[in-house]
Design a binder for this molecule. Structure first.
Ligand code: AMP
Length: 457
């Protein structure tokens, strides 16, 4: 049976009204397939990335059931539990529940680590219809007697692949052992790797399986490209790209991924100094700072956000037009997650990846193309394109010895022809020139910013 409109789905009026207010008329494919099954109480194993509408696919039937089966949660009890890998995703999923459940009288809360637990224990005290939680903090609260999972009717593991990749398997096992065996269980994952299949076999009872994007494939609407560039040219390439992107399409937001928190910080500082408003989200920032950065990003106040992988989970911002992989992800599956931040809700988007001469990039890039089963198209029309690096990646030809230090000055092609106006560096009196980090000092000294050292992811 296929549904084309929400009103064809057997969802109660308050949910229909909330959907209409949100402007959603048609269910996405995963919603059309999952909602009827879940309303029947079936278990579900779904292979779907963010951006497919998976949150509503589990939230709507869950809310429908809560509202129509009038059991109240008991003290410290939880009726429905959604486990998520990160705080950002917890915020996001909770927001969705509040939106869709706007006309229902429900107790919904989220809990995650890194913030005081007192407000969370208060919310738990009177019992909850829906709890969205990260595994570590939830387990702490269970152990302290603040949360009781013995009344859970439905358990959702959202982005299960991420939870496993982040090492939460033991926490998950412990949490599941607190939940009744008699329950509905849903597992969502962007990929269906072996460990996910194993987890699903243990947790799910004769599940329906839905595959929205086949394993490893990336959203069709994303225009993916790779830029072969020397490691040390990456900062300058980024600046050039952003300056040209800005002039091209001003309202577009850009998300940049780095491998380390330190690089995220340095890049944002570097961009801000160059007049490109940017901010960061990474694991060292407080929850409040991350939320603030995300809010200002969404509003377009800081149109560039630099993020590490973990922090970027759950970023659901509509008009991200460009994702830049400043560093290739260590894990190919993260590539799929990262670029899935653009082209959300059917929009189109671009994803550009910087690929350098270092050995790790050679193996990472190979792994990405193998996973997505595509050859990513090469951008050669930029000043920092390096044919030798392209040959290294595409044909396995080692870099020539003399290529090691072959580097054009900023804004100058290998031919010696100047291609863009070099930035003016104002001379500053020495006594005023003492503050700032390495990048600032280098910039003041008229040297190009040469990039970042090693830092922790
Ligand atoms: P998700 O995959 O759950 O992260 O959702 C991706 C985005 O699509 C979110 O911004 C949702 O608000 C939006 N969305 C979900 N369902 C629909 C729908 N049926 N029609 C339009 N947008 C939707």
């Amino acid at each position: 049976m296929s549904h084309t409109e929400f009103k064809d789905l057997p969802l109660i009026e308050p949910l229909q009204r909330a959907l209409a207010e949100k402007g959603y008329a048609e269910p996405s494919p995963i919603q059309a397939q999952a909602i009827p099954l879940l309303l029947e109480g079936r278990d579900l194993l779904a292979c779907a990335q963010t951006g497919t509408g998976k949150t509503a696919a589990f939230a709507l039937p869950m809310l429908n059931r809560i509202a129509t089966h009038g059991r109240k949660p008991f003290r410290r009890g939880v009726r429905n539990l959604i486990l998520v890998p990160t705080r950002e995703l917890a915020v996001q999923v909770t927001e969705s529940f509040r939106t869709y459940g706007a006309h229902l009288d429900l107790k919904i809360a989220m809990i995650y680590g890194g913030v005081s637990q007192t407000p969370q224990t208060k919310e738990l005290y009177f019992g909850l219809d829906v709890l969205v939680a990260t595994a570590g903090r939830l387990l702490d609260l269970i152990k302290q007697g603040h949360a009781n999972l013995s009344g859970v009717e439905c358990l959702v593991l959202d982005e299960a692949d991420r939870m496993l990749a982040m090492g939460f398997i033991d926490d998950l096992r412990e949490i599941v052992s607190e939940v009744p065996k008699e329950r509905q269980t849903l597992l969502f994952s962007a990929t269906m790797a072996k460990d996910i299949a194993k987890l699903a076999a243990r947790l799910l009872n004769n599940p329906e399986e839905i595959q929205i994007t086949p394993e490893g494939t990336t959203a069709e609407k994303i225009d993916q490209s790779v830029l072969f560039v020397r490691l040390r040219d990456k900062p300058a390439l980024l600046l050039d790209l952003l300056h040209s992107q800005y002039f091209e399409k001003k309202e577009e937001l850009c998300l940049i991924f780095t491998r380390t928190k330190r690089d995220a910080r340095l890049i944002a500082t570097h961009l801000n100094r160059d007049g490109i408003r940017s901010d960061t989200i990474h694991g060292d920032r407080t929850q409040a700072a991350r939320e603030d950065a995300l809010r200002r990003f969404k509003l377009g106040e800081t149109p560039v956000l630099v993020a590490t992988d973990v922090a970027a989970r759950g970023i659901d911002v509509k008009n991200i037009g460009l994702v830049i992989n400043y560093d290739l992800p260590m894990d190919a599956e993260n590539y799929v997650h990262r670029i899935g931040r653009t082209a959300r809700a059917g929009e189109s988007g671009r994803a550009m990846s910087f690929c350098s001469e270092i050995d790790q990039d050679v193996s990472r890039f190979k792994a990405i193309e193998r996973l997505i089963k595509q050859t990513i198209s090469t951008v050669r029309e930029h000043d920092f394109h390096d044919e030798a690096i392209e040959a290294l990646h595409r044909e396995g030809i080692a870099l020539p010895e003399d290529a090691k230090d072959r580097r054009p000055a900023r804004g100058v092609r290998a031919s010696g022809k100047r291609v863009s106006k070099p930035r003016e560096v104002k001379e500053k009196p020495k006594d005023k020139d003492t503050s700032g980090g390495r990048a600032a000092k280098q910039k003041r000294a008229g040297r190009p910013f040469r990039g970042f050292g090693r830092g922790r992811p």
